[in-house]
Design a protein around this ligand. Structure first.
Ligand code: GLN
Length: 196
C-alpha cells in the first residue's frame, strides 16, 4: 500500500490522515526527519504558513522536504500548504518554492474569513464542496501547470506535474474525491505499488 505522509507540525492533520486512509493508502504523521523515510508522497496541510515555516526551520525539515520534492516525491498542499509549495508568494519570500505558481495570501477579503462553495473541478463529474478559510489564490502559473478549478475567476486548484495545490480545505468535508485524485496521481508515479 502507498505510504503518504502528512506534515504534522500544525494545522488540520487528523482530518488528512482520515482522508488518506479513506482513499486506500497508509497515512504517516511527519514530525521529524526520520518520519520522511520511505514515503511515497507528502501532504502539506492548511494552517498558518508563517508559523509552519518557523516550525519547519526549527525542526530542520525545510531543506530535506525541498530535496524530496526536487527528486520527484509527489506533494499535495492545501491552503497554507499551497503557500509552502509555491515558487513565489506575493510580497514576501517563498518557502519550498517548488511548484511553478505565484500565490497571494488572504486574498478573498478580510470580511469573508471563511465560506463554502460548490466548485466545478476539471475531471470531477459533480461539484466539489470547497471550504475556504482565510484562503490564498493562485495569481500566476507556469507553462507546466494545469488549472483544475477557479472560483470568482481566481485559480484555486492546480497541478504542476507531481505537485497538487488548492486554496481550500478538502479534508474538512466527507468528500474524499480530491484525495483519491492525489492517491491515483501518486500510484501512477510510484511503479510497483498498487493502491486499492
Ligand atoms: N491565511 C493562511 C496563511 O497565509 C492560510 C489559511 C489556511 O491554511 N486556512 O498561511
Amino acid at each position: 500500500m502507498l505510504r503518504i505522509g502528512v506534515l504534522a507540525l500544525q494545522g488540520a492533520v487528523r482530518e488528512h490522515v482520515l482522508s488518506i486512509e479513506e482513499s486506500g493508502a497508509t497515512a504517516v504523521q511527519v514530525k521529524r526527519l526520520e518520519d520522511l523515510e520511505g514515503l511515497d508522497a507528502l501532504v502539506l496541510p492548511g494552517g498558518e504558513s508563517t508559523t509552519m515555516r518557523k516550525l519547519l526551520d526549527r525542526y530542520e525539515l525545510l531543506e530535506p522536504i525541498r530535496k524530496l520534492a526536487e527528486e520527484g516525491l509527489p506533494m499535495f498542499g492545501t491552503c497554507a500548504g499551497l503557500i509552502l509549495l509555491a515558487r513565489n508568494v506575493v510580497g514576501q519570500e517563498s518557502h519550498l518554492g517548488v511548484m511553478d505558481v505565484t500565490v497571494e495570501r488572504n486574498s478573498f477579503g478580510r470580511q469573508v474569513d471563511s465560506f463554502e462553495v460548490d466548485l466545478d473541478v476539471k475531471g470531477l463529474e459533480e461539484p466539489f464542496p470547497a471550504v475556504f478559510i482565510r484562503a490564498p489564490h493562485i495569481v500566476e502559473v507556469g507553462k507546466s501547470v494545469e488549472v483544475l478549478a477557479k472560483h470568482d475567476g481566481r485559480i484555486v486548484l492546480a497541478r504542476d506535474g507531481n505537485f497538487l495545490g488548492c486554496s481550500f480545505h478538502p479534508e474538512l468535508t466527507d468528500d474524499h474525491r480530491l484525495m483519491r485524485y492525489f492517491v491515483k496521481l501518486v500510484s501512477e508515479t510510484t511503479p510497483g505499488v498498487i493502491s486499492k
